[in-house]
Design a protein around this ligand. Structure first.
Ligand code: WT7
Length: 662
């Protein structure tokens, strides 16, 4: 049997992998029965269930008035309202007295192999208090926004926890985004301070970061002060009175390492994180304190089964929600050891991850399907060189993991015995929603399995009615959960419209999915104009508006094209202005233009110049047709109903153009 057909038959037979016996006795959730019990309890008494978890996992300075109060029509959601806490105190202070003071909170591996730093809880506490005092000295107060644009270095974690300590709202912008993207995000949230670094070290190269920050700040009068970490030692220009070196700020004699934490309400904002939607402008997803932290800690504990002496490694960047919840807040709230890596999986060789697993005896490993697919291509001899026997739980997130990648991960990293958890969630959900539990759930490669206890995931049709098994539909969440977003910063209308308007009384995820006969969820991908490239979320409208901002471009339509490693890659159809001729040079220039406007991750892989785009008579671009052409369809039958097209002949022109390009 060839590989493909063996995978198909495996899916057809519904073959599943039973959870491991070894380790079961010590697991948080030991069996499917235990999962079902927790699920049923959370369904019958959600408030009781979440109140118990919030008390077990979080230290409160004052009890809440009400567990949950919500109204999706407004929409308004409050968890543990009136409850007082501080997130940084939960992640640090309480571990100074619970026996973990000298335990590693963060083990940081720099890209150069010999650069390793370990921060115990005590050390991290000291650094965070100092930087909290630095922020205060810069005039940052409770409720102010602090923008963070940094590589994966320990100072990033320190900066976020320092914000949390003084009640400032952090907004991290992934360091791969351009100056322009940074500027938009800072302008939107009106940050008072920016924390950045001289450069990012990536795959052996020093990529200057500070010039991007400088460029962005030209349009950001709200930013009064900038703290700059010296990471790479490259030359940077410092603006007198505005820019300060992190190490100088932290060495200041007047800076104390004592800093009383701000007592926050459960519903005060903790952070804003921008993510792409179906319109051009990214939305600032707002998460708050008590519910978010409860959910991050709860899901880290149950899904990854993190134990006190584990080394837990989530390979994401803190610039994304995965890093917020599963490098920083979830693990540190639990008092776990979080491993943080500056580098990439492929440098200096495709064995870097496995080398680090062996070096630090990593127990729990959480990565993305695109990483697995890329490493799979390099061959199984790379992981085979290392002792991976410390590993206990494997996770995946960001996009659907195809059965082939799942099976490779299971066999070559998990030795054929470890559970591979496909975790479905979103920036908006704050934490994992649909996932197996490692010692309870039988696994089916390619399925995220079941909703966690307290997560009422369902599939509905376009009217919002439940659909039965094996039928595709909209993935919704029927009841509130503590980690859910509380707003879109500065845009209540968008908050309502995006998530709560279409289906009354439910949260709309924007994803399509189906369930099978066992009630397992199979995620099919976005239903809106949002792309998923290597697990990164990008709006087609954002990329289109970047293209159209170039003087040569009259019109652009962007779609996703299936890609073996990235899941999807960006394919752009571009109509040029009259008098401008298509050329390879222009193609290159346009790619560069998008890089500059949004960031390298948004640059189209393919640009097809087209005289006309398939539009309906009412002028709407028929993306469905463009997606099909990019995916390689050449026969008219593939395109479905095209009778509403103003000019159906554009299709054959576009197909020809596609064939000439790829
Ligand atoms: C979108 C959310 C949540 C962390 C990373 C991405 C897709 C995410 C899975 C999965 C299938 C997945 C969805 C979702 N997605 N995880 N396990 N299986 N699809 O966060 O940038 O907010 O993107 O990523 O389409 O809506 P994000």
């Amino acid at each position: 049997m060839n590989k493909q057909s063996s995978i198909e038959s495996l899916q057809q037979e519904g073959q599943s992998f039973q959870p491991p016996q070894e380790g079961r006795g010590q697991a948080y959730i030991k069996s499917m029965e235990e999962y079902e019990r927790a699920y049923a309890r959370a369904a019958e008494d959600p408030e009781g269930f979440w109140a118990d978890r919030a008390k077990e996992l979080i230290t409160w300075d004052a009890p809440w008035d009400k567990v949950l109060q919500y109204d999706y029509n407004k929409p308004e959601i409050n968890w543990f309202k009136g409850g007082k806490l501080n997130v940084a105190a939960n992640c640090l202070d309480r571990h100074l007295t619970d026996g973990r003071r000298n335990k590693a909170a963060i083990i940081w591996q720099g890209e150069p192999e010999d650069e390793v730093k370990v921060y115990t809880y005590q050390m991290l506490h000291t650094e965070v208090c100092r930087f909290a005092n630095v922020l205060k000295s810069m005039g940052v107060k409770k409720g102010d926004r602090v923008a963070v644009y940094m590589p994966m270095i320990p100072e990033l974690a320190v900066a976020l926890l320092a914000c949390a300590r003084i009640g400032a709202t952090h907004s991290v912008v992934f360091a791969g985004f351009s100056a322009h993207s940074l500027q938009n995000r800072i302008q939107d949230c009106q940050a008072k301070v920016l924390v950045t670094a001289d450069a990012v070290i990536r795959a052996g190269r020093t990529i200057p970061l500070k010039p991007n920050a400088d460029e962005a700040l030209k349009g950001c009068p709200s930013v009064e002060q900038v703290a700059v970490v010296r990471r790479a030692g490259n030359d940077v220009t410092m603006v007198e009175g505005r820019d300060h070196w992190w190490h100088e700020l932290m060495a200041g004699e007047s800076i104390s390492d004592k800093c009383a934490y701000e007592v926050m309400d459960s519903e005060d904002p903790l952070f804003i994180l921008y993510t792409s939607g179906s319109t051009g402008k990214p939305k600032g997803v707002v998460h708050t304190q008590g519910g978010y932290l409860t959910y991050a800690a709860h899901s880290t504990q149950w899904v990854f089964d993190v134990k006190d002496d584990d080394v837990y490694w989530c390979t994401a960047d803190i610039g994304w929600i995965t890093g917020h919840s599963y490098i920083l807040y979830g693990p540190l709230a639990l008092g776990a050891t979080s491993f943080m890596f500056e580098g990439v999986p492929s440098y200096p060789g495709p064995d870097r991850f496995w080398k680090l697993v062996q070096k630090f005896k990593v127990n729990i490993f959480y990565t993305a399907p695109t990483v697995i697919r890329a490493l799979m291509r390099e061959g199984e001899e790379w992981p085979a060189k290392y002792d991976l026997s410390s590993l206990r739980v494997l996770g995946s997130v960001g996009e659907p993991i195809n059965p082939e990648a799942w099976l490779w991960y299971h066999k070559h990293i998990g030795g054929g015995r470890l559970p591979v958890l496909d975790t479905w969630w979103q920036t908006e959900t704050g934490g994992i929603m649909i996932s197996a539990l490692p010692y309870a759930t039988p696994l089916k490669p390619g399925s995220a399995t079941r909703g966690l206890p307290g997560v009422h995931a369902a599939i509905v049709d376009s009217e919002g009615k439940d659909v039965g098994p094996n039928q595709g539909g909209h993935l919704v969440i029927k009841k509130p959960w503590p980690g859910m977003l509380r707003g879109v910063f500065g845009d209540p209308e968008r908050f309502k419209k995006n998530y709560f308007e279409r289906f009354k009384g439910m949260y709309e995820s924007g994803d399509g999915a189906r369930t099978d006969d066992d009630g397992y969820f199979w995620i099919m991908g976005r239903l809106d104009d949002v792309l998923n490239v290597s697990g990164h979320r990008l709006g087609t409208a954002e990329i289109e508006s970047a293209l159209v901002s170039h003087p040569a471009v009259a019109e652009a339509a962007v779609v996703g094209m299936p890609h073996a490693v990235k899941g999807e890659t960006i394919y752009a159809y571009v109509s040029l202005r009259t008098g401008i001729d298509p050329s390879d040079e222009l193609r290159k220039e346009l790619k560069g233009h998008v890089r500059k406007e949004i960031g390298p991750i948004a640059a189209p892989e393919f640009i097809q110049f087209a005289d006309g785009l398939p539009k309906t008579r009412s002028g709407k671009i028929m993306r469905r047709v463009l997606r099909k052409i990019a995916a390689g369809s050449t026969s008219m039958e593939d395109f479905g109903d095209t009778s509403t097209l103003a000019d159906p002949t554009v299709i054959s022109d576009l197909i020809e153009g596609k064939l000439a390009l790829v």
